[in-house]
Write a protein that binds this ligand. Sequence first.
Ligand code: MN
Length: 376
Amino acid sequence: MKLLHAADFHLDSPLSGLPQSKSAQRRRELREIPARLARLAQDEGVDLVLLPGDLFDGERVYPETIRALARALEEMAVPVLIAPGNHDYYHGKSPYAAVSWPDNVHIFTQPELQAFELPRLNCVVHGCAFTAPHREDDPLAGFAAPADGKRHLLCVHGEVGPAGSYAPIASKSLENSGAAYAALGHVHAAGSGKAGKTLWAYPGCPEGRGFDELGPKGALIVSLDEPVQLTIASPDGPPMAPIGLGAQPVAAQFVPVCRRQYRVEAVNVNEFSAALPQEESPDLVRLLLSGESLCTPELSALTAQAARRFFHVELRDHTTLPSSLWARADEDSLTGLFLQELRARLDSAGAAERDRLLLAARFGLAALEGGEDVRP
Ligand SMILES: [Mn+2]
């Protein structure tokens, strides 16, 4: 059995960190995520799709977004289970309640775990919903899947940890659940862990939305072997009932589906032009200017130079003053006195003060170097 696990689409995010035309384009691209996932589901031949929450970013959802999602979920052509999260929590007026969804879609609507049976797959998915933007209780507390020879899976939005405002899930609860796989949503970076025999995983968001969501983004394709029933052979009497499940080997594979990536890279300011890509990159990139520079780099000019090579680019100045600079602190000149004073202050400065002093050094030197004769 194979399933597709994706979460945290955050459709219709405002993407306010981008210029308006680009944020509109990125919202359109976000809206294509469900269709891309439908293609992945078909290509992989999955039997089931689990979507544990935050499919919408907030209350305000465009009708075209809902139409695109509903169409894609129908195209998946296998059972699709949704467990609403803190951003798209279930309530009477949420799109989950207000829209009629395709027949293959099941939406969990209760904060308590509910069992959804998939007899054809010999599988039961236990899921629940956020019904408010926060919940402090562990949705898995006290839950244990029955040893009935079926595959038991979880589909829940929450954070693995001892406490918090977003359905904290204790590691012990995952372990006690006895589920073969826990499809989780909430954390935007892909990650997984094991609690007892339960493999739990976050697929992360399928498309980055800022420089806090870096690198390739995607979904998980999860393979589950047949559950193995352990029985004790009884040579004389009638066959005994199954006493529990044996090993349920599970493997989750990350598949990138993102259209673009957010990346942060260091570029030496002295090799800036050569470091730019020849072909236009589809990515959104923050370049950290590194290296030594006596003058403050002209960020707007360099940004304009790089703009044509990326979908979006922004620069941060992380350059330092040349290390040779301090050699001149011993000069018997105004520059020497200025540098001595700065060096003394830098030695006892904190990080924020240090940045200000380095800026002062640049401005001061630029002013001093203008006319002063620094020969000894
Ligand atoms: Mn989220």
